[in-house]
Every structure is written in structure tokens, then in C-alpha cells.
Design a protein around this ligand. Structure first.
Ligand code: ATP
Length: 266
């Protein structure tokens, strides 16, 4: 598997707290890399550094470009990470436009491409064939992904009226509509029931196996993590304590200690 992302000595300090402390890992193309660890371990902070929400105190985040060469993410702003580096993310809490329809949410997600096609002018919005074509492509792309997750029939309903599990799916689809090379999912199974989680796991496998997508996954559902990940990075108190295949992670004493705590002295 070829390397897509290298995180090198990443540190994020808030006052006296090192939320992420000298963490290095890699993620491969067409693979699912999970980042796990107890609450407060620094997982979301890693995502925030990767996606331009935070600028890390130290360290480099290097992404291979499809066209060759690399791009460093640590100094980019969030819209640059999305548009230039093609890294997309979802959040722990749902962030859809609840009053817009499902389809409208997916078109808005593609505004960068549509803006480029309009040549950033109002005239472009009305007249340019390039804009009309880009708009048609945006709708087609949205409908393609809605079909993949079984939401086609809901295209015209307000996103906020969908059941919770479908809103979670829609968030992933919204990220996919930006055509990312790397998809960062922050606790996508949170609040899902068993069958919804199994369906999500199948979909993430499909994204990897059929669409060649690289996924970074923060998730507390260990059944899902162990079932679909190619590689797992474990954080505890901001530090990396393990980095290996699921079968190795399951047996790692440092990981077991981090989750279960030290045994009581007799
Ligand atoms: N903007 C911030 N300012 C100050 N402290 C922060 C900030 N963001 C995160 N932290 C702290 O950094 C530590 C790591 O938080 P983070 O949210 O990255 O953990 P996490 O592993 O994602 O946890 P969880 O599984 O509970 O979501 C925590 O102690 C948190 O309180």
C-alpha cells in the first residue's frame, strides 16, 4: 500500500497542556486507518490540526498529491485544506443545514467548484456554459452518492427532518461530494444502533475497496474499528502508545492498560 499521509512529530499545546505530544504516524492510500484512545487522548485535536482548524505548535503533516509531489497541511487554513489538498472531514456533532433539502446540502458542499466555474462573477452564474455544466455535474455527483447510501427518495426533504442515522450518512455523503483523496470521519457511528453501525461499516469498506478512498477514522465502537481498519494508531494523554494492525493492537498490553487502567495492587 502506498503512503498517502505522513504526520511527523505533531504537537499541539494549549497553555500548559500538550493535547497532542510528538505524535508521528502514516496513513496509506486505499486504506482505513483508525485513531483510537480513551476520552481526551487527543484524537479530535489531531483531526483539527490535519484539517486546518488548528495550526500545530510543532510538526509536519505531509500529503502526497495525486498529480505527484507533496503538499504540507500544517500551515493551511481549513478552506485550503479542503480545496487544495482535497481532505474532507465530518464532525462528532451533526453540522448539516437543517432547513435546506438533502440535495441542497450536497450542492452547497460543492460551492468551491461552482464558484470557479462562475469565474467568481454574478454574470457567470447566469450565463456561462461552464457554470451550467458544473452545476449539472454537482447534481449528478450528489445523486450518485445518495443512491449509494439509499437516500435518493429523500433528496427533496429538509435535511433536519431525516432520522438521526440518515443525517449521519448524509454528512459522509456531503464530504464525498467534494471528491476528497482523504476522508476524516470523527466518530461516525456515535448514536447509531447495531444494524446502522453494520451498514456504515459496509459502506466504509466499499469506499476503500471500490472507490480506492483513504479513510482516517476516529471511533469508540471497537467492534467496528477492529472489523474494518487496516491499521490502528492508539493515543493516550496526547502520546502515541501503539501503531499496528488490529490483531496486534488487541493484544498490546499498553493499549489494554490505557483502556482498562492499571490493575489494583493486591
Ligand atoms: N481548543 C482547546 N483548548 C484547550 N484545550 C483543548 C482544546 N481542544 C482540546 N483540548 C483539550 O485537549 C485534550 C484532548 O482533547 P481531544 O478532543 O482531542 O480528545 P479526544 O481524544 O478527541 O477525546 P474524545 O474521545 O472525548 O472526543 C483534552 O484534554 C481537551 O480538553
Amino acid at each position: 500500500m502506498s503512503k498517502l499521509l505522513s504526520v511527523e512529530h505533531l504537537t499541539m499545546q494549549f497553555g500548559g497542556l500538550k493535547a497532542v505530544n510528538d505524535v508521528s504516524f502514516t496513513a496509506s492510500a486505499s486504506a482505513i486507518t483508525a485513531i483510537i484512545g480513551p476520552n481526551g487522548a487527543g484524537k479530535t485535536t489531531v483531526f483539527n490540526c490535519l484539517t486546518g482548524f488548528y495550526h500545530p505548535t510543532h510538526g509536519r503533516i505531509i500529503l502526497q498529491r495525486e498529480a505527484g509531489g507533496t503538499v504540507e497541511l500544517q500551515h493551511l487554513r481549513k478552506h485550503q485544506v479542503a480545496a487544495r489538498a482535497k481532505v474532507a472531514r465530518t464532525f462528532q456533532n451533526i453540522r448539516l443545514f437543517a432547513g435546506m433539502t438533502v440535495l441542497e446540502n450536497l450542492i452547497v458542499a460543492q460551492h468551491n467548484r461552482l464558484q470557479r466555474a462562475s469565474l467568481f462573477s454574478i454574470a457567470g452564474l447566469f450565463g456561462l456554459p461552464a457554470y451550467k455544466n458544473a452545476e449539472k455535474d454537482a447534481v449528478e455527483r450528489a445523486r450518485f452518492w445518495l443512491d449509494r447510501v439509499g437516500l435518493t427518495a429523500s433528496a427533496d426533504v429538509p435535511a433536519g427532518s431525516l432520522p438521526y442515522g440518515q443525517q449521519r450518512k448524509l454528512e459522509i455523503v456531503r464530504a464525498l461530494c467534494t471528491e476528497p483523496v482523504l476522508l476524516c470521519l470523527d466518530e461516525p457511528a456515535a448514536g447509531l444502533n447495531g444494524s446502522e453501525t453494520a451498514e456504515l461499516a459496509r459502506f466504509l469498506r466499499e469506499l476503500r475497496d471500490e472507490h480506492g478512498l483513504a479513510i482516517l477514522l476516529i471511533e469508540h465502537d471497537m467492534g467496528m474499528v477492529m472489523g474494518i481498519s487496516d491499521h490502528i494508531v492508539v493515543l493516550d494523554y496526547g502520546r502515541k502508545i501503539a501503531d499496528a494492525a488490529p490483531a496486534v493492537i488487541k493484544e498490546d498490553p499498553a493499549v489494554i492498560r490505557a483502556y482498562l487502567g492499571e490493575p489494583e495492587a493486591a
